[in-house]
Ligand binder design. Structure first.
Ligand code: PEP
Ligand code: CO
Length: 452
């Protein structure tokens, strides 16, 4: 790694601060070589796209629009495959159609995709067959297989992560440009599972209304429709592995400051947001919009200082506050935070992550979440924001377009004993295709209720 030469901010000034959740790479020389290589590779996204996203987030902070952020808890390198990416785009797109139709406002799609490869862990090591090996920290750091050699932090993975993100993004961009027209045809959606849902009639009516609207536009203005097919899709990940993110953080011509050009938006995790820590130091200097995860344990004063530190000019669209309290704590903890943020006059986008506070293990030791708990936190979030006179402008979900069995509940009523059928996640349990569509529908319903 290059030496830090001055005290002011630079993409590597974080190295002077205490750092959490970053692996000790055994081979520092190889790390340095990989870092230098990554620094020279072309950017994955542009500063114009990043600025455009920030402007759209600014609209949401004014109550005009809604943020749908979602994707895998941890992407894996091996899953960089067409069907997985297509299914992810499909589910996010269909969810966004449901939201747009029901809410009648713009919906911003931001994937946890093309770079969501690093995970925070509670312990550095775990015991496997009497041997202590490194914990899995995401494909950007080490391999998932529980073998000690594979778990050693490997800097070559920084380069592989960049390539996998680039391939994912390339396909994503192609899909959003053209060729995904059939997704505009909700009659092809797989909705049978909703028959068991108490809202099925409402849901069917919505789908038929979307279908009619699409047919109408296609009939009267086929050309307009073609342009509508170009959907905006942004990328995001937790900027946890600061080697990966800082190597791709650069100045751009004719604009002040630095941009993290590996994703449009990055977020600061709940475990790495200490004011004097390395991650906050890094986040201070980038122009991208940034998410801040807030959940237990947190203190209101610290949180206010953090927002001020990351956005001293109070720029709109810069900060997305992603709350993740859990269904039991949200009532107690969210109102005070909303009041404090309002008192300071910070222009934030409020988003609810109903996933991370609602994880539990089954009797058989499988990590899962209950659909009912997730929707309960969403409901509470809308209700609390409403009663505080504030606007909940987004949700942050862990989901997949595949038919996995990781979260229990939902219209199909997935049971704990069915989790083993198709449990694929490398980290946290995700909503499957059906649960995701149902969630979009219920989120839209809550949004409408909260508007009275
Ligand atoms: C995550 O989003 O996968 C995550 C680890 O969240 P948090 O930082 O909120 O725990
Ligand atoms: Co997660």
């Amino acid at each position: 790694m290059p030496e830090v030469v001055h005290k002011s901010w630079s993409p590597i000034s974080w190295k002077e601060k205490p750092v959490k959740q970053l692996p000790d790479y055994p081979d520092q020389k190889e790390l340095e070589q990989c870092y230098e290589m990554l620094k020279d590779l072309p950017p994955l996204v542009t500063s114009w796209e990043i600025d455009a996203l920030k402007n759209k987030l600014a609209d949401i902070s004014d109550g005009n629009g809604f943020l749908l952020q979602g994707g895998d808890c941890a992407e894996s390198f091996d899953a960089t495959k067409a069907p997985k990416i297509v299914n992810m785009v499909k589910v996010l797109l269909q969810m966004s159609f449901i939201l747009i139709h029901e809410m009648g406002i713009p919906v911003l799609r931001v994937g946890r995709i093309a770079g969501q490869y690093a995970k925070p862990r509670s312990n550095d090591f775990e015991m496997v067959d009497g041997e202590e090996i490194h914990n899995y920290r995401g494909d950007l750091i080490n391999g998932f297989e529980s073998e000690s050699g594979i778990r050693i932090p490997d800097p070559q993975r920084l380069i592989e992560g960049y390539h996998k993100a680039g391939l994912t993004l390339n396909f994503l961009r192609a899909l959003s440009e053209e060729g995904f027209a059939d997704l505009h045809h909700p009659e092809q959606w797989e909705l049978d599972f909703m028959r068991n849902n108490e809202y099925y009639a409402e849901y069917e009516e919505m789908v038929s209304s979307i279908t009619k609207a699409v047919k109408f536009v296609e009939a009267i203005a086929p050309d307009t429709f073609t342009t509508l097919q170009k959907v905006d899709f942004y990328t995001s990940h937790e900027a946890l592995n600061l080697y990966y993110d800082s190597a791709q953080t650069r100045p751009v011509p004719r604009k002040p400051g630095h941009y993290n050009l590996s994703a449009h938006m990055v977020w600061l995790g709940n475990r790495t947001r200490e004011l004097d820590g390395a991650h906050v130091e890094y986040f201070k200097g980038i122009n991208n919009p940034v998410g801040i995860k807030i959940g237990p344990p947190f203190e209101i004063d610290e949180t206010l200082k953090l927002i001020e530190t990351l956005n001293p000019t109070h720029e709109k669209g810069k900060i997305v506050l992603i709350t993740r309290f859990g269904k039991d704590l949200i009532e107690e903890q969210l109102p005070g935070l909303i009041q404090a943020v309002r008192r300071e006059g910070f222009p934030v986008v409020w988003s609810s992550d109903p996933m991370h506070g609602n994880t539990f293990s089954t009797g058989g030791g499988i990590k899962t979440r209950n659909f009912d708990d997730i929707i309960r936190e969403v409901r509470s979030a809308f209700a609390i924001h409403r009663s505080e006179g504030s606007y909940l402008g987004g949700v942050h979900l862990e989901l997949t377009g595949d038919n996995v069995t990781e979260c229990v509940g939902g219209a199909k009523g997935l049971e704990e004993n069915e989790l083993n059928r198709n449990y694929e996640t490398f980290c946290d349990p995700r909503l499957n295709y059906e649960q995701s569509l149902e969630m979009a529908f219920l989120v839209a319903r809550e949004w409408k209720n909260s508007r009275g």
